[in-house]
Design a binder for this molecule. Structure first.
Ligand SMILES: *Cc1c(COP(=O)(O)O)cnc(C)c1O
Length: 379
């Protein structure tokens, strides 16, 4: 059996282990310490726009705190991009609120600004103004942020930008993760950089970022004893994980360059395949970190995305269908949805190819060869 090729696996640089050793040497083995502060500063400096950052235990925790800070409560409604990972939507349910799902558009596969506006109008007609809008940059591709922010401003609804997959991407030269009223990042093991597990809450509003740190450390009021006037959470990032994160920040730009070159390699190698369509950057404003290379498979060609996925699996190569839209998930059955069939169509045809920054040229060639084998046998 050939060696396993993963979809997206962790890729350490040179400084991560040194930073962990430093944490041991100084005994900062806790969810606070110099690496936590340093990682927050590194991220804020990288993102620009005057943002502040709270390092947390997960991207999901960051989304949850974002909703808490924006005052989302039981019975409220929150708009969320339907095509995404469940972690974008689950925190709405944690708050006892109702998700209102919005379809994607064809250009970026992210939230359709037209359907967003339709959804807001209809919810308001029905008597409830949505409390927040959660927009996602899938696979690193920027959503149409000008139009989304424009709609959000017009109706005065705060935007939570889920940039979990998009650190290193930019839109009109501005880094993703700096657009939202509150933005979130993830450093899970499969993301473009990782702290093993971790996340961050980002905002230009320093008060909100301080509030996030307060809530993430059990909401302890200033007193010599443990005093609480609010419900808190245990969501802070460990100093060990933050040490890994600082090492990963040193290599972030290299990781982006490598993932973009994976995309370029696949695109060129499979260019003669009419039935396999790559997701292009829709214009100069869009710069994707190419976290994952994704393709759409035309099923009239005699093979499907499942044929390709299973063919890759036979050679011990991991690939995965695109995110299954949330409005099709059993757990969110009955939640309102605004859209046409775009995200459903993308889900049926779409496949994510191995995209790690640690893939060798031989790995990439093996993937292409196996795709050729499957598709040429069928057509
Ligand atoms: C990974 C991911 C998250 C969750 O981040 P965790 O750090 O795993 O909690 C949220 N949203 C999207 C779109 C993601 O891909």
């Amino acid at each position: 059996m050939n060696e396993k090729i993963w979809l997206s696996s962790p890729h350490m640089g040179e400084n991560e282990l040194k930073n962990i050793q430093d944490a041991f040497a100084t005994n900062w083995i806790a969810p606070l310490g110099p690496h936590v502060n340093g990682f927050e500063q590194d991220l804020a400096a990288y993102l620009g726009q005057g943002v502040h950052v709270a390092a947390l235990s997960a991207g999901t925790a960051a989304l949850h705190l974002a909703l808490v800070i924006l005052g989302v409560e039981a019975g409220d409604e929150v708009i969320c991009q339907s095509m995404t990972f469940s972690a974008s939507a689950n925190p709405i349910a944690y708050q006892g609120a109702t998700p209102v799902f919005v379809d994607s558009e064809e250009k970026t596969w992210n939230m359709s600004p037209d359907h967003l506006e339709l959804a807001i109008k209809d919810r308001m007609d029905k008597g409830k103004k949505p409390k927040a809008i959660i927009v996602v940059h899938l696979y690193g591709m920027p959503a149409q942020m000008d139009r989304i922010m424009d709609v959000a401003k017009r109706y005065e609804i705060p935007v939570v930008e889920d940039a979990a997959e998009a650190l290193g991407s930019s839109y009109k030269g501005q880094k993703l993760g700096s657009f939202g009223d509150i933005s979130i990042l993830s450093f899970n093991g499969n993301k473009i950089i990782t702290t093993s597990g971790g996340g961050a809450l980002v905002s230009r509003n320093e008060g909100w970022v301080k509030k996030a740190r307060f809530l993430a450390t059990q909401a302890r009021d200033p007193a010599p004893h443990y005093q609480h006037t609010q419900i808190g959470y245990n969501y802070r990032m460990s100093n060990i994980c933050a040490g890994i994160g600082r090492g990963q920040m040193d290599v972030l730009e290299e990781r982006v360059a490598k993932r973009r070159s994976n995309y370029a390699f696949y695109n060129i190698s499979l260019a003669n395949h009419d039935a396999i369509r790559f997701m292009e950057e829709p214009g100069e404003e869009y710069f994707s970190n190419r976290w994952l290379t994704t393709v759409l498979v035309d099923e009239t060609s005699g093979f499907s995305r499942e044929d390709i996925r299973l063919g890759l699996e036979q050679d011990n190569i991991e690939s995965r269908p695109l995110w299954k839209p949330m409005h099709l998930q059993p757990v969110f059955a009955g939640a309102p949805f605004y859209g046409g069939g775009t995200s459903e169509r993308l889900f049926e045809k779409g496949l994510c190819l191995p995209s790690g920054s640690n893939l060798s040229d031989d790995d990439l060639k093996r993937v292409v060869k196996q795709i050729r084998r499957v598709t040429e046998a069928a057509s």
